[in-house]
Design a protein around this ligand. Structure first.
Ligand SMILES: [Zn+2]
Length: 505
């Protein structure tokens, strides 16, 4: 009888904004840094911290023949700046040592984001896959899932057998993609030797043009998936994370076939041509702040007006934003807007002060008293503490559904006609439980201002249909107005920064 296959498991989830402060070990520890037995224990919990692609992979493997999971290390910090180099080096060594100690393994599965950078290394995902490949050798399957915003490099494609990117934005198919990876592992254990084609387009579309329910990205994905057949097993179109600002920035197409390398490359090129010809449709449409104020005033004053959701897309913690800019807060407060909820502001000092003062306390709230980022100026206003929470949330919709998220101590402050949610950890407001924990009934909110680029759409779809969502133009680290970004490292020419450029795969 053959022994059950031993599959090594790991995760490395970081989206690095090249203009945000470096990602520290503390950030990983507050979100997810689980090794060996601690990772195994987490994966056995009903609401794990480990990424959903990993739990989806495990569930699919469990549904098949016997196998032996070998958990190595799961590290994730969401989105931040480039990772401190020594933290990445440590992660790499731990992953490598764990894998070496686990040998022989019959396969490796990694849940990767694909848009990490470190303060020195520009392609940590590629380096990690290369090290894993060096330990296991050329014959052992190495399969990874990627975020839809991955900035895919040639090294990533070369050192993995199969790369499987999310297909949905907001991301709600992580478990499905993990299951697809499990099927690929099983097929490779049965003797399949897949081949990949890869095209990188010189294209960094604005983040708000990348939703997959409708529009150019939906069309690109539908076109790509039209090639799936008995030979083409996966088509991954990764729009990329433009603000990474690295040499590997750009939209990419990875096509995996069961046997045929030439077909994989030909299909990748055909999809790339289709996307390039549609590039003019990948544009951002933003609402000026003054108009947002008018719309919010109206929503607050007229009980028959439709409630509105305003997205602060330029200060999205899910893209490396600080989650604390006050442009919209200041403007709504000055205009006397009523019935609005804004959040979640990342301000550990303010959250701690509210917890110290306790419920019903009135005080002068000072936002950003220690923040140094130039987009995040301070804001001072009279406030009342109306709710407190320890910040341990279990997501119920969208990207955090079924996962534990630690916001750190949270507070809800009343400031004039506004209620403002403040947290200790930097997280995007994409999950209704983040507000419900503070006693907010979202159905009663007249205007909701979320610090999030797009994942809120899957969390707040119960109350805000797309026609009630407005993307507001204010300054910030995650602006989608790409002309405002002080680019350093993206390859040039690149669309849309160099609109007249010519290109063919
Ligand atoms: Zn993403």
């Amino acid at each position: 009888m053959m022994r059950p296959p031993r599959i090594a498991l790991g995760a490395f989830m970081l989206e690095s904004n090249g203009h945000a402060p470096p990602a520290t070990r503390a950030e990983f520890e507050a979100a997810c840094w689980l090794e060996g037995k601690a990772l195994a224990a987490d994966l056995a919990r009903p609401a794990p911290r480990a990424p959903t692609a990993l739990t989806g992979f495990m569930r699919a493997m469990d549904a098949g023949r016997a196998w032996v999971p070998v958990p190595l290390l799961a590290a994730g910090a969401g989105a931040s700046g480039p990772m401190e180099q020594e933290v990445f080096d440590d992660l790499l060594h731990r992953m490598e040592d764990g894998l070496r100690a686990a040998m022989p393994v019959d396969g490796v599965f990694l849940s990767l984001h694909g848009a990490a950078s470190a303060t020195v290394e520009v392609d940590p995902d590629g380096v990690l896959l290369a090290r894993v490949r060096a330990v296991v050798g050329p014959e052992v399957p190495v399969i990874a899932t990627l975020d839809l915003h991955a900035n895919v490099s040639r090294a990533m494609v070369d050192h993995a057998d199969v790369l499987i990117a999310f297909v949905t934005n907001p991301h709600v198919d992580m478990a499905e993609r993990g299951a697809e990876a499990a099927a690929a592992v099983r097929a490779m254990l049965g003797g399949m030797r897949p081949r990949s084609g890869f095209v990188k387009l010189p294209m960094i579309p604005p983040a708000t043009s990348q939703n997959t329910d409708a529009g150019p990205y939906a069309d690109a994905i539908a076109f790509g998936r039209g090639f799936l057949d008995h030979e083409v097993m996966n088509v991954s179109i990764s729009s990329g994370f433009s603000l990474g600002d690295t040499p590997k920035n750009g939209l990419s197409v990875v096509v995996t076939t069961r046997t045929d390398a030439a077909r994989a490359q030909a299909v990748a090129e055909e999809i790339a041509r289709f996307i390039w010809s549609s590039r003019g449709r990948w544009t951002a449409r933003l609402l000026p702040l003054a108009e947002a104020v008018q719309r919010a005033r109206h929503a607050g004053a007229d009980p028959h007006a439709a409630p509105l959701l305003f997205a602060d897309v330029a200060d999205n913690p899910g893209g490396g934003g600080r989650g604390n800019t006050v442009w919209i807060l200041e403007a709504f407060h000055a205009a006397g807007v009523q019935g609005a909820v804004l959040g979640v502001f990342n301000d550990p000092e303010l959250a701690a002060e509210a917890h110290l003062l306790g419920p019903d306390a009135r005080f002068t709230a000072h936002f950003n008293r220690v923040e140094t980022n130039h987009f995040s100026h301070s804001f001072v206003a009279e406030a009342e503490v109306i709710a407190l929470h320890d910040g341990r949330i279990v997501g119920r919709r969208g990207i955090y559904a079924g996962r534990e998220v630690d916001m750190g101590p949270m507070a809800l402050l009343r400031i004039g006609g506004l209620r403002v949610a403040v947290a200790t950890q930097r997280r995007q407001l994409c999950e209704p439980a983040m507000l419900e924990a503070l006693g907010i009934d979202i159905a009663q909110v007249r205007s909701l201002v979320v610090k999030s680029r797009g994942h809120f759409r899957a969390g707040f779809d119960e109350h805000f249909t797309p026609d009630r969502i407005l993307e507001v133009d204010v300054p910030g680290l995650t602006t989608v107005v790409l002309d405002r970004v002080p680019w350093r490292a993206v390859p040039r020419p690149i669309w849309p920064l160099d609109p007249g450029m010519e290109w063919a795969p």
